[in-house]
Design a protein around this ligand. Structure first.
Ligand code: PRP
Ligand code: URA
Length: 209
């Protein structure tokens, strides 16, 4: 069974409450989504492997630690996932970036694929899939299946707000994928929007309606 990490860091909680407010405009919403993504990346990379490295400081020689250089990739689910990419790259700048385009059919709520471009060596990489919202889980589950179909074996999923329904679906369909969640909300409404949520993340990041 996958691990579910609910991010209880005070800065993450504070910033999520801030962007839930319907009065927050596009510029600020986008900026704070990026900040939250950076903080979540910090937590989600806690177990990256380190190795010893010899360093000569201005004072003496010593042994420090460095990342083993394992290859990473960030894969946003378009569109809203794009809002999390810069925050992730601010901490793991050497990561490659793939893109998966999915939108939720407004009638059936099923994901519809319209784009997929991944790093050529994606199957060798540890992949962080990012999307601010995990609602029914249809989009994230489909995106992760697309990655698995390309041979990717190590996948983590990061979202800012999740509904219990989406978490359950992800755990059932992808029990090997650990989930990093900023806030676990109450339920989905009749339109499959997260309650209390923050509305439509893509529209709020890009200023569309
Ligand atoms: C939103 C969100 C997720 C998806 C979540 O995207 O960013 O991708 O819905 O819902 P689900 O868990 O029920 O699949 P949307 O389809 O609105 O597209 P957008 O990012 O282009 O706005
Ligand atoms: N997509 C969003 O952007 N928000 C929700 O609450 C559900 C799906």
């Amino acid at each position: 069974m996958s691990e579910v990490h609910i991010m209880d860091h005070p800065l993450i909680q504070h910033k999520i409450s801030y962007i839930r407010n319907e009065e927050v405009g596009t510029k600020e919403f986008r900026e704070v989504v990026g900040e939250i993504a950076g903080l979540m990346c910090f937590e989600a990379t806690r177990d990256l492997k380190l190795q010893d490295v010899k360093i000569k400081t201005p004072i003496c020689e010593t042994i420090g630690k460095e990342l083993t250089g394992k290859k990473l990739a960030v894969v946003p689910i378009l569109r809203a996932g794009l809002g999390m990419v810069d925050g992730m790259l601010s901490l793991i700048p050497a990561a490659k970036v793939g893109h998966i385009g999915l939108y939720r059919d407004p009638e059936t709520f099923d994901p519809v694929e319209y784009y997929c471009k991944l790093p050529a060596d994606c199957e060798e990489r540890e992949v962080f899939v990012v999307d601010p919202m995990l609602a029914t889980g249809g989009s994230s589950s489909a995106a992760i299946q697309m990655l698995k179909d390309k041979g990717v074996k190590r996948i983590r999923f990061l979202c800012i707000i999740a509904a219990p329904e989406g978490v359950e679906r992800m755990q059932k369909e992808h029990p090997d994928v650990d989930l990093y969640i900023g806030a676990l909300d109450a339920y989905l409404n009749d339109h499959k929007y997260i309650v209390p949520g923050l509305g439509d993340a893509g529209d709020r990041i890009f200023g569309t309606k």
